[in-house]
Design a protein around this ligand. Sequence first.
Ligand SMILES: [Zn+2]
Length: 203
Amino acid sequence: MSAIENLSSSFMKFPGIGTRQAKRFVYFLLAQDPRFLEQIIHEISELQTTIAQCSSCFRFYPRQNSGNICGICAGDHDSAVLLVVEKDTDFESVRRSGSYAGKYFILGGAIPVLEPNPDSRIRIRELMNRIKEGAKEGLSEVILALSANPEGDFTREYVAKTLTPLAKKLGIAVTALGRGLSTGSELEYSDSETLKYALKNRS
Ligand SMILES: [Zn+2]
């Protein structure tokens, strides 16, 4: 395979990128100033050296010290609520909206409808452990903040059903975002006002 084919097959692994788009990216790069390519190579290698994954919420964050816990998990955010989102970009949307002051958990994906092995798609075991740990620090509510589309609905039902026995035992409520999100919308594309409304109207 040529370098063009190699790189385009790597781009095809990106979410939502098909053969044609992948090829367009490669030809775009070929047409750029060599300094731009060097910059991209540098930025990608910097991801490895400067970004870490939090061992508590699983989000990616700029590494500040030798610890492996992010500033939000280690900081003074409200430990009584835990907001469960599908991915880092959803976390960023909620954070930007300024409408939530508690802790977070990144599920790591959504479950496709009819997936025979849902546990393999999301961090459900890690979430259970996080809830057990949280119970010791006064956790009283887990909010499922998932997208208002079929995968999001399926994931929400699966997570709620799986968490309920443990949550009941620990006296923790499991809630979901209110109907503020319009049907079909992905959390990461929701504006601040919508998120604020959906959080306020959770049930
Ligand atoms: Zn964290």
